[in-house]
Design a protein around this ligand. Structure first.
Ligand code: GLN
Length: 185
């Protein structure tokens, strides 16, 4: 669990509840102990800067590129994206996910909203909480769209990478985390 910034506690609680041995990652030695990683919601520019300062950015890029299962929510989705629109000047990402995301995309109409979203692989819709959320504007050929909202992809998977624009860690419904864990196990 990337823990330099963001809603780390909510993710840890959900992962622990589902039986995962989840712990905080703030240093390269901790990252080295991970079999899989979650990137939380928060502020993607701050996360990237802190990751660089704490010498985590390059190790993160290497681990994600070499196949470590990684799940990003909201800001975490932005961190996984290969390309960002409306990013801060010089904003860095970890990358690996062949998508273009638009930051604060829904925010131009409304900052935050909640919606019932159908997700591929889940029987019932998910109650999705969007907070200054990005949407996916373009997907590469390897990317599977799992959910859409307002005509834009908001959940995507590409091999070992999973990302949502919304915050499944916030409403206490662990189904998307379970999807991620099942993919690892
Ligand atoms: N707008 C934030 C960003 O660009 C993401 C918001 C969130 O994670 N809830 O980093």
């Amino acid at each position: 669990m990337f823990a330099l910034q963001g809603d780390v506690r909510e993710h840890l609680a959900t992962l622990t509840e589902l039986g995962a041995d989840a712990f905080s990652v703030r240093r390269p030695e901790e990252l080295a102990r991970c079999d899989a990683l979650v990137l939380p919601g928060g502020e993607s520019t701050t996360m990237a800067k802190l990751a660089r300062t704490f010498e985590l950015l390059e190790p993160l890029r290497e681990r994600v590129a070499s196949g470590m299962p990684t799940f990003g929510t909201c800001a975490g989705m932005i961190l996984l994206a290969d390309r960002i629109l409306d990013g801060a000047v010089g904003q860095e990402t970890i990358g690996g996910l062949d998508v273009t995301v638009r930051r604060n995309a829904f925010g131009r109409q409304v900052d935050s909203f909640e919606s019932e979203v159908d997700v591929v692989g889940l029987d019932e819709p998910v109650h999705a909480v969007f907070i200054r959320a990005p949407w996916v504007e373009e997907v590469g050929p390897e990317v599977e769209v799992l959910a859409e909202a307002e005509g834009h992809p908001v959940a995507v998977r590409q091999g070992h990478l999973l990302a949502t624009s919304f915050h499944p860690e916030v409403d206490g419904d662990g189904r998307i985390h379970r999807l991620f864990l099942e993919q690892i196990r």
